[in-house]
Every structure is written in C-alpha cells, then in structure tokens.
Design a protein around this ligand. Sequence first.
Ligand SMILES: [Ca+2]
Length: 92
Amino acid sequence: MSDIQKGMALLIGAFHKYSGKEGDKLTLSKGELKDLLTAELGDLLGKSQDKAALDKIFKDLDSNADGSVDFQEYITLVACITMLCNDFFAKK
Ligand SMILES: [Ca+2]
C-alpha cells in the first residue's frame, strides 16, 4: 500500500477502535470521543479533561446535531488538524 492508502486505513481503523466501544458501533458518543481525543490526539490538543471544553468540541463536531459524531464529522476534524499541522511546518 502507498503511504496515503496506509494513512487512510489507519484513520478508518482508529475511528472504529473507539466507535465500537458503546452504543451505535458506527458513531462516536461523547465518551468515545473523549477517549479518542485523549489517547490519539492528546499531544496536539492538550488534555481534554475539561468538561466544558469537551462539550464544546463535541457540539462543534456534531454538525448535524444528532448527538453523536459520525465518520464524516470525525474525518473533518482530522483534516482540519492536519491542515493546521501543515501550516505550522510550512511556516518554519
Ligand atoms: Ca452527528
């Protein structure tokens, strides 16, 4: 597999690792999102122990406001963070 294909497979796998923990297996509950953000993105986002901050991130991500974060909403977050990282390295 190419690097991009490997990256895609890893992003899909990472989502399902957390989405399958409770409730709907294809979406992230707030608890699952917290686990994902802490374990996978904690270095970049800081610890999301702050409940108000987590509530805001969840609300912002849940763009169709159905109370869960689906794959499309998750991949949008990953794409945004990836763009920020790219900007950061491009400016160096
Ligand atoms: Ca949603």
